[in-house]
Each structure stands twice: as C-alpha cells, then as structure tokens.
Design a protein around this ligand. Structure first.
Ligand code: ANZ
Ligand code: ZN
Length: 905
C-alpha cells in the first residue's frame, strides 16, 4: 500500500481556530478517521531498520550530552504524562545527537514501593512477579512511541544487581557518620500493628486500612544526616542557573533557614525536694519582642515535661494531657485548636524580670529549635490564638508598633501586629528603636548577661529512611548482642531480599517473620546476631539512579569514577513538578555526599559544580483531559453519554442539554483519561508527538484535544509530498550573488528558520515555537515559485526534514529517503545557518504623509537608511506623486530601520 495518500485527502482548508492560522482545520467530529498517511506502516518500517542498524559507536573526541527523563514507577499503565516527558526528552536527545554529541538517554524502573506490596496483600501476587509483569507491559507500551532509549542500560531498582549498590551507598554514609539510628515519632496502627505513612492516616487520624485510631509512637528509625548539608544545599541553589525559579524557591522554603537567637529563661518556681531545673532555652527569630514575652510554651516531648519536674498539683493533669496526645487524632485536634495546659511552673523573663507561666502545647514542635518558645501574644499569630484559647493573660503587651502610623487612625489591639516596626514605651531602654536594630542590641545584651547567643535554625529535618515494609532494599546492618550495630561487610553485599516471605500487612516489618533470614552470624565476633528488618525508603533508590545509568553493568563499584566525572552532571533532567522538593533534594544530597567522599570527582569547569547533579531542569506541566459535567447535578459524564457530532455544541444524550466542559487532571473518576496506546495506534506516533510538543510549552498544562492531531497529520503529509516532489540536483547551492531573487528569498527564509529552530531546541525548549516556524517554512516552500529542481529548493526541504526529525522520527526518515538519501536522517549533521543569507534583499517601507499612512513601497536593502533616496523612490511612484505632488518637504523622519518614513509637508 502506498504510504502517501491521494492528493485530495491532504488538501489544507484554511479556517479560524487556534493553530488554524498555520494549519487549517476541519470539522473533526464529523470527518472520518481516515488518515492522510499510513503512519503505522511508516513506523513499522523504520522501527525495523533502526533495530537492525548498529548503535552509533562512542567517539571520544565528541562532547557528551546526558538527557534524562524521570524514570517511572512500574504501575503497569502508561499514561499521557509519561508520553509527554519521554517525547520531550527524546526530541532533545535526537537534536543533540544530530549536533555531534555522544548522547546518553537511558531508561529504567523505580521498582520498589508500596503498591506492589499492596497488590500482593490484596490479590495474592508476589510483588516481584507483579513488578516484572508491569515492567514488561510498560516497556511494550513505550516501544510504540518511537522513543530512542538506550535499553542496554536498563535498570530496575528492585534488581539485586542494583540494590547491592544502594546498600553500598548506605554503608558509605554509615561509615562516615551520615547514617544513624534514633527514636522518632511514627504513626502506629494498633490493630494492624504496623507503621503507617502520613498519607495512610485520614483527616480524623484513623488508619486507611483498619480504621483504628492511629497512635503516635516512638520507634527506632534510621536517618541520613541531610541537615549536615543544609547550608550547602541552600547556598548552591544559587548555582542552579538553569532551574525554574519556582522550584528553587520550593527548595529554599523546604530547607527553611531562620536566623535569630537562643535565649535562656531561668525557672523561678521552687520545687519540692529542692529539685534544681535547668533554664528553658528558646529559639526566637524576634529578640526585639523580648519585653512582650508573657509566657513560655514547651513541646509535649520536651525533657522538662516529667512527673518529678512538675508541681504535684499540676503533674497529673499535665501528664494526662500529654498522654492523650499519643492518639494522633487528639494531637491533630489540639494542634489545630491551640490547646495547651499549664505546668504550674514559672520562669523569669530575663529582661523584664517578671515571672511568667510555662505551658505545654503540641503546636510547639519538639523537632524544631529547642522545642520551646517564648510566647509573644501581641506579635505572633499562634501565640495570640493560644493566649485567647487558654486565657493565659488578660493584658496583651504590645511592644512593637508600625513605624509609619496612619494619621487619625488608632492602633488596632484586637489582633497581633506581626510585622517589624518601632519599639514602644513598654520596651524599657529600647523604646523608639527599629525592630532590626533592637534585635541586635538586645541579643548583645543577652550575650553579656550570659543568657543568650546567636542561633540559626533550619526547617529541614534529617531524612527518615527506614520503612517497616517488605518491598524495598534491606538495610545492610546486623544487630549483635555484644558488638551492637555492625555494618554488613561490602563483600557480603547484596543483602538479598528473601522472596518467600509472608506478608499479611500486619506486624512489624514482614522481614521480621522470616526467622531463617533474620538470624545470622555477627561479622565481627561470629556470634549469633540478627539482621535489620527494615527496608529503605524508595527515595534512596532514586537518589542515585542517574549515576548508575552511566555505568550500569559495573560489578565492582556503583559506577566507574572516571565515567561519572565525564558524564555528570545530567545535562537536562525532565520530569514532573511533583518531585520538585524531595526527590531533587535527596539526589542533590547524595550526589554532594559522594563527591565529598571521592566516589567520583568533578572536572575543573563543571557547571553547576559542587556536586550538583542536574544542570538544566525542565519541569513539565500536566496533561489535562476534556471533562464533561452535568450542569444540574455536577456529575461527571462518560464520553458515551455525550453527543459530540457537532463539535462546537456537544449535547448530553439523555437530556439534550449542553454539558459543562472543562479541562482537568486525567482521572478514572472523571472519565477524562486517554490511553496513549490507543491514541498512537489511531492517530500515528509522529502526529501525537507533534501535538504534544505543539499544543503547549513543556512547563505548561497541556489540554489534550485529540481532534487537533488532524492538523499535525496533514502537515506531515504535506512534508512527505514536498519531499517526494524535490528534483534531486547535482548542482551545488549557487552563491548569494548568482541566485535569482526568489531563490535568495527562499534561502533567507530557510536560514532564518534554521537559526530560530536551533535556538528553540538548544536553549528555550520552546518546541511549540519551533514547530510553528517549521510549518511556516513548509508553507513558504510549497507556495513559492522557485523551481523544485533548484538546489535552493532542495536545500530548503532538506533543512525542513532534518529539523523535524527530532520530533517526528519515523516520518522524517521516510522523507529523507524520499529525498533520495541512503543514510538515516539521524546520521546527518544539523543544518547551520549562513549569517550573510539572513539579510533581506529589500524591505517594505510604510510611507506616511503628515503622520497618516498613505502607501507602502519596497526599498532595496542597501537604501534602507537613506531618507533622500527613499523620498526619490516615493516621488517616482504614482501614488507617491499624488500625495506629495511638488509640495516642499519640511521634515523627513525615517524610523524602524527604514521600515517607516514620515513626510511632514
Ligand atoms: C518569639 C516571637 C515573636 C516569634 C514574634 C515570632 C514572632 P521561623 O522564622 O519560621 O524559624 N518557634 C520557635 N521554635 C518553635 C517550635 N519548636 N515550634 C513552634 N514554633 C517555634 O520561626 C521562628 C519562630 O517560631 C520563633 O520566633 C518562635 O516564635 C517560634 F513576634 O519567638 B518566635
Ligand atoms: Zn558481634
């Protein structure tokens, strides 16, 4: 069957509508689904050829380029979001390949994680089997998209050959003191006897599975000391010139640096048996408000909150309040409503010397600062609310006021004033000072008194990486009764995840039930010992996978340091913005750690440097689907409930009413999802790819409208036609001087397009603009009068086809073959523009007389700046003669580089 369709079916009809200015559209809903080109034959033909052609040999003289799209979790279902990321990364890497780079474009699977385990519990399939099956299904789906992934480097994080090295990296961190164990509060399901992730606890504090009221329990957990790198992680954000500002801000906020002071408040209460209590240390970002401190609040876990430290009258109520908080439900509620309890203790404000009460409340976090706050109800919203709810004091002391007071307006004392300002009369010797200055002086004074010091706090916490789950990499640690915590020797890695384990979803880590696995020999003393039964968070797996891709088969090391040094950082990383915080932060942490430890080194001019793993970050927007809703009930409608025969006016079949139409995140419950496999099978891979790239810039939401794929199908068919129509010429391209006028203009348009498309694909990733430039070029060529046997014509079509190739791989190969070439289009060099050719031969000059536009004339380029010559040309023309006649010109204004001339007469 001929791949090219008949002429009539590819005619373009100019219409209105968005892309229609360039493409022409038809009424899609009524048009038949007959394609203008048999895309699937073209795809099959070229897929087979690509498969049989040997991979390009790595040429060490070429620079390298590492394009990475975030590897997926093998859910078993490819969705449009995946297709969008891979299409973008594929277009980028193909472009780089044609620009002479050794490209790396790998793919693998983020294959550990909860869904596999839940499938096992719910459906009795082993997680390994479930995962393997899903991987093969998704791989098959991806293979339909003509994405040029280097499958020889495929990795799956659940493969022992991979997690062996995840364990190795854990040990590297452990041996340098960056991995440690400590007690941490976790969500504990008392029925299923298991730890739950935050997402598994509902708003009412109940377990998603058992429905039991979840408890907050302290358990020993493993951590990575990310906080050791807090300052580096923060500072180096400034090096990430090619990251979206939004993502950088999210990283900064997550790290959350706060500077202020630590101040001691001595306890003034006397306790029975003369117990001496240590002063309470607080962290404050506002030392200037010290005169407004009216009470202190401790976190429930604060070490002071113990029976022996509390006055007898209060001890019981305090402890029962704290005890109640072990139920997550109560803790959430108390935190939200700012509930607290008085401890019976008083402390002294070191500046006012007043005795102030000490409270306990869960809105103070034990993990931040010192776990205690100096409460300033007048100037902090949370303190204000707490004060009101618990009736702490009646008179709230306002110690700071706005520096510019509005005339005639009384200060508002009914809500806290949280900004900085000027200190009031209540601030003793500091009254009248600005907050900033007062903060400095007060801190200085506190230092002199020996009760204060400067302090910096980070919101960033250490990374809790242990999971009481089965489907993850076992933590390579052995617990020995004598030697305590012993790392598994490197030669014993991997610690295999045993396959025959029972997991009902109950109990501790499922691994704990497998006694023959748990019981082992201590590597140090050879005595009986037990394995750690927790597994690692899957974020650990994905924090270094981009390094393994560089050297995926290495059996001695996670990767070869020399290879890593030449390939890192990843040149461009493409993925969803949902990973903008944790995954990127953890990857930055691991990559910085490994650099510091010498696991690899950076070449001298590496950008961004300092172990930053990703140079350009491209966060792609979501794909939204067209969603229909019943206007009366707001019920989501299934596609089959809507009559789409008139695409401008869809109707609800049952009622004849118009549905509400919107674009929303694709989801099963909204019936607005599209299966990418169906789409590419029905519409062709290349038109689908073009549609994805054309409809929106990569970082914006893509509104999925299948109907507009037709425009892309037609464009491709037009380019196929053009390619077929080129008369191959053995003549070289003539010099600019010997070209005809039309040839020169075609040559100019071609070069201009090369310049713009190259810029879009290498710097801005504005594929939509690149595609629209290419469409314009094809329109120009097809409507030009230049003979199709002219070498300039052939050059234009060749450039067009080459530039389309990164986006439409199989049809461009087809075009390239139609252009009588034997090699693959991807072995061609990317076209370069000739700067001299960009000059226009002539320009259009708008002629105004006394400011009013009267005519326009074409002016040879070399006369563009010459007002006198342009005047001569205008006077020579018939209409010009009419407007100017013989009137003397009082003033002649030439503007816009000769594109506008104004005669004042
Ligand atoms: C007195 C004060 C007065 C405060 C005022 C703020 C405003 P950032 O800037 O986010 O770091 N704080 C300190 N430790 C806390 C903890 N463990 N749990 C909850 N809150 C805590 O926040 C620092 C401020 O948060 C500190 O400064 C402290 O309240 C509170 F007009 O001290 B401030
Ligand atoms: Zn031992």
């Amino acid at each position: 069957m001929s791949i090219l369709a008949t002429r009539s079916s590819i005619r373009l009809v100019a219409r209105t509508h968005l892309p229609a200015t360039l493409l022409g559209t038809t009424n899609y809903a009524t048009s038949t689904r007959k394609l203008p080109v048999d895309f699937s034959s073209i795809e099959e033909k070229w897929k087979a050829r690509w498969k049989n052609s040997p991979p390009a040999a790595v040429d060490s003289t070429k620079p390298s380029y590492y394009t990475l799209s975030m590897f997926p979790y093998p859910s078993g279902m490819l969705h449009m979001g995946h297709v969008r990321v891979y299409t973008i990364s594929d277009a980028i890497q193909r472009f780089r390949k044609m620009n002479g780079y050794n490209v790396l474009h790998p793919m693998g699977w983020d294959a550990f994680g909860l869904p596999a385990e839940n499938a096992a519990i719910e459906r009795g399939i082993h997680p390994a089997e479930w995962t393997t099956k899903n991987i093969s299904v998704m791989k098959e789906q991806i293979s339909k998209l003509c994405i040029d992934f280097d499958w020889s480097r495929e990795i799956a994080t659940c493969d022992p050959e991979y997690y062996k090295w995840t364990q190795y990296i854990f040990l590297q961190l452990y041996n340098s003191g960056l991995a440690y164990q400590k007690e941490a509060v976790v969500n504990w399901d008392p029925v299923d006897k298991t730890v739950l992730a935050n997402e598994q606890v509902d708003n009412e504090g109940k377990s998603w599975r058992s429905g039991a009221i979840v408890e907050r329990k302290k358990l020993r957990q493993w951590f990575f000391k990310v906080t050791d790198f807090a300052e580096d992680l923060l500072k180096d954000i400034d090096r990430l010139e090619n990251w979206p500002d939004r993502v950088k801000q999210m990283q900064r906020n997550w790290i959350g640096k706060s500077t202020g002071a630590e101040i001691d408040f001595s306890i003034s209460s006397t306790l029975p048996n003369d117990t001496k209590l240590e002063p309470i240390k607080v962290f404050t970002s506002r030392p200037d408000t010290i005169y407004g401190v009216q009470y202190l609040v401790l976190a429930p876990e604060h070490p002071l909150v113990k029976k022996e430290n509390l006055p007898v009258e209060q001890a019981e109520s305090v402890l029962s309040f704290v005890n109640d908080l072990t139920k997550k439900q109560n803790a959430q509620e108390a935190e939200e409503n700012k509930k607290g309890v008085f401890t019976g203790l008083y402390a002294q404000n070191p500046f006012t010397k007043e005795d102030i009460p000490v409270y306990v409340a869960p809105y103070v976090l034990s993990e931040y600062g010192t776990g205690a706050v100096m409460a300033v109800p007048a100037h902090d919203k949370r303190d204000y609310e707490f004060c009101k709810v618990n009736n702490v004091v009646e008179d709230i002391k306002f110690v700071v006021e706005p520096s510019i007071k509005e005339v005639g307006k009384e200060l508002d004392y009914s809500s806290p004033f949280v900004q900085q300002g000027v200190l009031t009369d209540l601030s003793g010797p500091y009254k009248g000072m600005k907050s900033k200055d007062a903060a400095k002086v007060i801190l200085k004074k506190a230092k002199e008194l020996g009760i204060g010091k400067s302090a910096t706090q980070y919101r960033l916490r250490d990374w809790l990486l242990s999971r009481q789950r089965y489907w993850g990499a076992p933590i390579p640690i052995i617990h020995c009764p004598d030697c305590k915590v012993v790392p598994v020797p490197k030669e014993d890695l991997p610690v295999h995840l045993p396959l025959d384990v029972e997991f009902s979803g109950k109990g501790h880590s499922p691994l704990a039930t497998k006694e023959d696995w748990v019981n082992c020999k201590c590597p140090k003393c050879q005595g009986p010992a037990k394995r750690e039964t927790d597994t690692m968070d899957t974020f650990v797996d994905s924090s270094w996978y981009f390094m393994r891709f560089i050297d995926p088969k290495n059996t001695d090391l996670p990767f070869d340091p020399a290879k890593a040094s030449t390939m890192l950082p990843v040149d461009i990383y493409i993925g969803g913005v949902e990973h903008a915080i944790l995954h990127l932060l953890y990857s930055r942490f691991i990559s910085k750690t490994l650099l510091k430890q010498g696991t690899y080194s950076e070449l001298p001019d590496t950008k961004p440097g300092h172990g930053e793993p990703f140079n350009v970050l491209l966060t792609q927007g979501m794909v939204h689907g067209r969603t229909f809703k019943d206007p009366k009930t707001s019920r989501f409608l299934k596609p089959e409930e809507v009559d789409l025969s008139d695409s401008n006016q869809p109707k609800i079949i049952a009622t004849g009413e118009q549905p509400l139409i919107s674009f929303e995140k694709m989801s099963k419950s909204k019936y607005n999802g599209v299966d990418p496999v169906n789409v590419v099978e029905e519409c062709g891979v290349d038109p689908t790819r073009l549609h994805i790239l054309y409809k929106a810039p990569p970082s914006e939401v893509l509104e999925w409208e299948e109907d507009s794929i037709i425009g892309m199908q037609r464009w491709i068919s037009k380019v196929l036609k053009l390619s077929q129509g080129v008369q191959p010429s053995s003549q070289p391209i003539p010099t600019l001087e010997t070209m005809s006028k039309d040839e020169r203009e075609m040559y100019r348009v071609t070069n201009q397009t090369v310049k713009q498309v190259t810029e879009s694909l290498s710097n801005t990733y504005a594929f939509n603009t690149a595609i629209s430039d290419l469409i314009k070029l094809s329109n120009y060529v097809s409507s030009s009068t230049v003979n199709s046997s002219s070498p300039v014509y052939a050059h234009a079509v060749q450039c067009l086809v080459k530039m389309m190739a990164p986006m439409t791989p199989s049809t461009s190969e087809e075009c390239w073959e139609l252009l009588k070439n034997k090699q693959s289009v991807f072995e061609q060099e990317w076209p370069e523009f000739v700067p001299e050719a960009l000059q226009k031969d002539q320009i259009d000059c708008v002629v105004q007389v006394n400011g009013k536009t009267r005519l326009s004339i074409t002016v040879p380029n070399e006369l563009a700046g010459n007002a006198k010559e342009i005047e001569r040309l205008v006077r020579e023309s018939e209409i010009g003669q009419k407007w100017l006649s013989d009137k003397p010109v009082r003033k002649l204004i030439l503007a816009k580089k000769g594109e506008l001339i104004n005669f004042v007469i």
